[in-house]
Unconditional design. Structure first.
Length: 212
């Protein structure tokens, strides 16, 4: 099991990445604002199921690679840092697109269909996939052994934080529809600030190595 230092550092990093609205969160917000809380929560559940699929796939395929090669760990670190910086720049440049969730046209659908749609969004979320594959490994504890189990444990922490964050977004979007509608710029500020935070995080990982 990773040390408390590794767990805390990972939790803080995961929180920074998770709270910034990405594809899954935008989809959930769109559901909440146009259809209602019920479908937003169902979408969130489906999305989390997709994240679990990603986590298991990464843990099984990446754990043995990391255990066998320190070079591989450095490569995924740099790749992850570069992608985080890219995501941050993209989030900042496209921050105005968050306001489009207020006017997204979404028709009510049955429970199974909503869950399937959420699952698809979760499985195909590039930000989460790259985070698991390239950033999460930087927080493994070499002395703890068994990188596959460590990846699964850290991934569960990520999923727990994401579950809380996405649920909050779903409920808040449904409740605060009028508040956001009066000033879509409020969503722009969320996206812009989050983008700058992710850029800073990516640069920090590239220059210092979050695992140290």
């Amino acid at each position: 099991m990773p040390s408390a230092h590794h767990l805390l550092a990972f939790a803080v990093t995961a929180l920074i990445v998770i709270v910034v609205p990405g594809p899954s969160v935008l989809f959930i917000i769109g559901r909440a604002l146009t259809v209602g809380r019920r479908e937003a929560v169902l979408t969130m559940i489906g999305s989390m199921a997709g994240v679990v699929v990603l986590l298991v796939a990464v843990a099984l395929g990446l754990g043995s690679l990391i255990a066998a090669s320190a070079v591989a760990l450095t490569i995924v670190k740099l790749a992850g840092a570069a992608y985080l910086i890219y995501l941050g720049i993209h989030a900042f440049r496209t921050r105005k697109s968050l306001a489009s969730a207020l006017t997204a046209g979404v028709r009510p659908a049955n429970t199974r269909r909503v869950l399937r749609q959420g699952l698809l969004v979760g499985v195909t979320n590039a930000k989460t996939a790259v985070f698991f594959a390239a950033v999460l490994p930087q927080f493994l504890d070499p002395e703890a052994g068994n990188p596959t189990l460590q990846i699964l444990l850290l991934g569960l922490i990520f999923i727990t934080i994401a579950l809380i964050s996405d649920t909050t977004w779903a409920l808040a979007a449904g409740t605060a529809r009028n508040w956001f509608a009066r000033s879509p710029r409020r969503l722009e500020l969320v996206g812009g600030t989050g983008g700058l935070m992710i850029i800073t995080l990516g640069a920090s990982i590239a220059l210092t190595g979050a695992k140290d």
